[in-house]
Design a binder for this molecule. Sequence first.
Ligand code: 3PG
Length: 393
Amino acid sequence: KKSVKDVEVRGKRVLVRVDFNVPLNEQGQITNDKRIQASLPTILYLVREGARVILASHLGRPKGQVNPKYSLAPVAEHLSEQLAQAVPFAKDCIGDAAMEAVSTLQDGEVLLLENVRFHAEEEKNDPAFAKELAGLAELFVNDAFGTAHRAHASTEGVTHYIPAVCGLLMQKEVDFMGNALERPERPFVAIIGGAKVSDKIGVIENLLEKVDALIIGGGMANTFLKAQGFNVGKSLLEEEKVELAKQLIEKAKAKGIELELPIDVVAALAFQADAPHRTVKVSEIGEDEMALDIGSASAEKFEARISTAKTVIWNGPMGVFEMEAFAKGTERVAQAVATCGGITIVGGGDSVAAVEKMKVADRMTHISTGGGASLEFLEGKVLPGVAALQDKE
Ligand code: 3PG
């Protein structure tokens, strides 16, 4: 794709779609600014090159209504500290408020527009709304990888009206994940976890076409254990997916892919941080027990596999890592990924949180800013926000 570096930006009004969908606490303070940090390279590049930068984003799901709870105003403040320059804030992303703010912008200045989702037209990808947004600028830069799976007015619609290129974060995300999937250094090991199989079917199916080994942990592993004939007691189980799990196990076998499932689990009597628990073989899970983490023998097996990898993609935790008693499996996997020496890519909110908690984030090759977007990317789906951008000649 053509990037912001391939076009002339000096003196131009540039509309940059960023993903500033950051978590805020009750007081409206930003509790994690990773997505803002990740957008700085593109913004700073445009500032240095003398562009007039107009930032647009969504925050939360205000359902097309103006709602102060979802205002981007706190982000403008935070961003101005990060950039060490004032970041004016326009109270609306279209109309007079937006146009006036844009008209006073000088080269190298940065403006943030209010939440695009305060207009129902945004998510409907309404052409008139998209045209109005596009009308603020002469060039569109999409740097919102986290929202690239949405065909909305500010991600897809605007590209019909002004030239559209990708930002540096968008490019990095697509390059790292795209290269890992299409041209991995082998062995290529994927680690998939999280609560439900149903959320990750597409990912597993796509990865089975590409990896040398697939590690499965987390709540979703129970459905695979059941498919292997084990009794999983009261564990989270998707009964209707057991047949599919069987097919996936067969498919992996037929393709010669090592499918690594837990061989032991931490089984608890309740879904509670202080619940009595023990580590048992998967063949010995009691009727009244639920698996809340992988056991130490599984962790060891997974570590051994990860240590051989030249490329690792990790999405989803191995257990209920928010509870200390059930965090070990995820922590050991995080350590193993951090030290394996290969190219390591972490995507999805929970595994990213685990990596941050373990303080190994800076030892990963790439941590995706996308939740749903990185999942869809791993499923091999075309992301509309990316597809709409211009190709390099
Ligand atoms: C995300 O946080 O995954 C993106 O910002 C997209 O948000 P959405 O799921 O509300 O579209």
